[in-house]
Every structure is written in structure tokens, then in C-alpha cells.
Design a protein around this ligand. Structure first.
Ligand code: OSB
Ligand code: MG
Length: 359
């Protein structure tokens, strides 16, 4: 599906998405999950075609025809596999949606959420062709009511650009996401960001490097938020113990699904570390899962869950995800993740389908 506007991070520019959805069927009821990896292995090691192969050759055979007492057991079926959390998480999430739909209850309730009826929303704005273009985009999103602006940075698009944004918007909640574009050699450069009252700087250093982040955090007054580094609750424990971050971004796919997302959430809550929901340019399926997750109590900061129409001309769910003028998404009480699929549209944009049956 083409994006309404290209999205550029420090690792590249995306014009359209090739998304992989998982439908798991039992007793005539369907549950849906989204594999949230990118088309290319640049955010982390996963990519759409790789995830397809993993599902086909490992995840589906591990589960097909087996009895699952509850979705909480779904992660166990793929536990022997290393990595590939987004592929495994897409399957895991589909099982949670299925269980909730079979029970006729909202997913947020099944996963132990429900701390809020409205999710506070922010937006993630990519690297633009010019500073003027970025300022224009920020103005539009602030006027739409979004509570927090995240801008992507990389070497050459950082200190000066943030200074220009701050001059125009002195009091907005602002943060920057580097997607691993820096190293410890850049400490002096990154320290310049301390003058801009950023809420946080997200994942400045390598995707798999917690220890260096501890050294950087000790040198910065701006809080560091880890994204890519946190794939398990144990990583969260280690990062917190080392002082590598003061905030954590939880992405459902990156940690392998709802069960582990909950564990990461709980570790952070106990340690007094606030969390927020990240995004991966999801279509409605992944977006709706994120909304359910963001009703857990410690999701106290506005996350990267925003309206469907910021991404898509038409979404695969109906209604689409909408954001109120005060920058919130109302949590729905319908069964499962709460949004019916637009199956006609989904079928019209589908480029590949493979079905597996126990019979
Ligand atoms: O690091 O949060 C990130 C998109 C693709 C890959 C990585 C990231 C992002 C975003 C977009 O920031 C969040 C969204 O609006 O879905
Ligand atoms: Mg990020």
C-alpha cells in the first residue's frame, strides 16, 4: 500500500509498504495479527520476505493442529526459534485477537489493560527535503491536536534542524529519534541537544548496544529512550540496571507479542520507567493491536499511534483509526482488537495468500 507521504529515517526512505498479515482461524472465528517488520533488514534484521519464509517453514508447522489453551501459550510454540520476534509476534498477536473474539471480549481486557479509555497520541515525522517542509508538517500536526512531536534525526539533520524547530515551537513536547545513527565518538555532538528541552532522544546508538547507551546517558541530561535494543523483558532489566535509559518504547512486534510486551511493561513500571507505544507504519491491524497494548497502566506517555489517514488513502479496517482534536484515540469495546476488517479492500490489495489447514 502506498504511503500518503514518504517516511524517511536515518536508515532510508519508504514510499510504500508491503505488509504481512496473519489470520488464525478456529471454530469458524478469525483472529488477525500484523508482522511489523520493514521491507528491508535496516531497522533490525527482519524483513517481509524473510518473515514470510519463517512463518511458512517454522511458525505455522510449530502450531498447526495443536491445541492452544490460551493465547498466553502461543509464544511458547515458537520459543525455540532465535530472533525473528516480529514474525513470531505477528502470529502471537493473532492468537490473542482470536481468543478475545472467541470470548466476545475486547482485547485490551484480555491482556490486562483498560487503565484508560483514551490513548494519548503523538506523531513521528520523518526526515524531510527541507527544514521549511518539516516546520510545515509540525505545524499541521500540532494544529490537528497531537500531543507530542517526534522528529527523525541523523548526522547532518540534527542540531541545527532541532534549533530551527525549537525557535518556531518553543513549548511543544518534542523528541528526536536517531535509529542508531551515532556512536560514542559523537558524545560531544549529542551533548549539544541538551539545550533544547527534548523529552527524550530515542535510540541514538547501535541497535544491539545497551552498554554504550549507559555511558552516553551518564553524559547527557536529556533522557535516553531505548527502542531497537529492547527485545525482551530481560533487556529492559539490564538497560535499567545499567542506567542506559530513562524511558522505554515498547513495540509489540519487536518484543515478540503481547505476552512479552506485558512483561517489559511490568519491569518498567516496577522500576519507575515510563513507556509508550512505538509504531512501525502499521496498517489498521497492527495499529489496533497497539491501541489495546497502550491501555496498560504504565503507557503514560503519548506514543507513535496516530490516525490511519496520516499513512493511508484507505485502511484495511473500518472504521479507520481516528484521533480527536485533543490528540487522543478512543478505545473501542468491540470484541478482539475492536475494529472490523474491511475484507473487500484487503482482498483488492492482496498480492499473495498462502493457507494452511490441519485437516
Ligand atoms: O524507530 O520508531 C521507529 C517507523 C519505521 C521504523 C522505525 C520507526 C518508525 C517510526 C514510525 O518512528 C512510527 C509510526 O508512525 O508508525
Ligand atoms: Mg524508534
Amino acid at each position: 500500500m502506498p504511503l500518503v507521504h514518504f517516511f524517511e529515517t536515518s536508515f532510508g526512505r519508504t514510499y510504500s509498504r508491503k505488509m504481512l498479515l496473519v489470520e488464525v482461524v478456529s471454530g469458524g472465528v478469525s483472529g488477525w495479527g500484523e508482522v511489523t517488520c520493514g521491507e528491508h533488514p535496516y531497522y533490525n534484521e527482519e524483513w517481509t520476505e524473510g518473515a514470510w519464509e519463517l512463518l511458512k517453514h517454522y511458525i505455522v508447522p510449530s502450531s498447526l493442529g495443536k491445541t492452544l489453551g490460551s493465547a498466553a501459550e502461543a509464544g511458547g510454540h515458537t520459543r525455540g526459534m532465535k530472533g525473528h520476534k516480529m514474525a513470531r509476534g505477528g502470529f502471537e498477536a493473532s492468537c490473542w485477537d482470536l481468543e478475545a473474539r472467541l470470548k466476545g471480549m475486547p482485547l485490551w481486557k484480555l491482556i490486562g489493560g483498560g487503565a484508560r479509555k483514551e490513548i494519548p497520541c503523538g506523531v513521528s515525522i520523518g526526515i524531510q527535503d527541507s527544514v521549511e517542509q518539516l516546520l510545515e508538517k509540525i505545524r499541521k500536526e500540532v494544529e490537528a491536536g497531537y500531543q507530542r512531536i517526534k522528529m527523525k534525526i541523523k548526522p547532518g539533520w540534527d542540531v541545527d534542524v532541532i534549533r530551527a524547530v525549537r525557535r518556531e515551537f518553543p513549548s511543544i513536547l518534542l523528541m528526536a529519534d536517531a535509529n542508531s545513527a551515532y556512536t560514542l565518538a559523537d558524545i560531544g555532538h549529542l551533548k549539544q541537544l541538551d539545550e533544547f528541552q527534548l523529552m527524550m532522544i530515542e535510540q541514538p546508538l547501535a541497535h544491539d548496544e545497551i552498554i554504550d547507551h549507559a555511558q552516553l546517558q551518564a553524559a547527557l541530561s536529556t533522557p535516553i529512550c531505548l527502542d531497537e535494543c529492547i527485545r525482551t523483558a530481560h533487556h529492559a532489566e539490564q538497560a535499567i540496571r545499567l542506567g542506559a535509559c530513562r524511558i522505554i518504547n515498547i513495540k509489540l512486534g519487536r518484543v515478540g507479542g503481547h505476552a512479552e510486551a506485558r512483561r517489559v511493561h511490568d519491569v518498567c513500571e516496577k522500576a519507575g520507567i515510563p513507556v509508550w507505544s512505538g509504531g512501525m507504519l502499521e496498517c489498521g491491524v497492527g495499529r489496533a493491536h497497539n491501541i489495546a497494548m497502550a491501555t496498560l497502566s504504565n503507557f503514560t506517555l503519548p506514543g507513535d499511534i496516530s490516525a490511519s489517514q496520516r499513512y493511508w488513502k484507505r485502511d484495511v479496517i473500518e472504521p479507520w483509526v481516528e484521533v480527536s482534536p485533543h490528540g487522543t484515540i478512543a478505545v473501542r469495546d468491540d470484541p478482539g482488537f475492536g475494529y472490523p476488517l474491511d475484507l473487500d479492500f484487503l482482498t483488492s490489495v492482496r498480492v499473495r495468500l498462502e493457507s494452511f489447514s490441519a485437516q
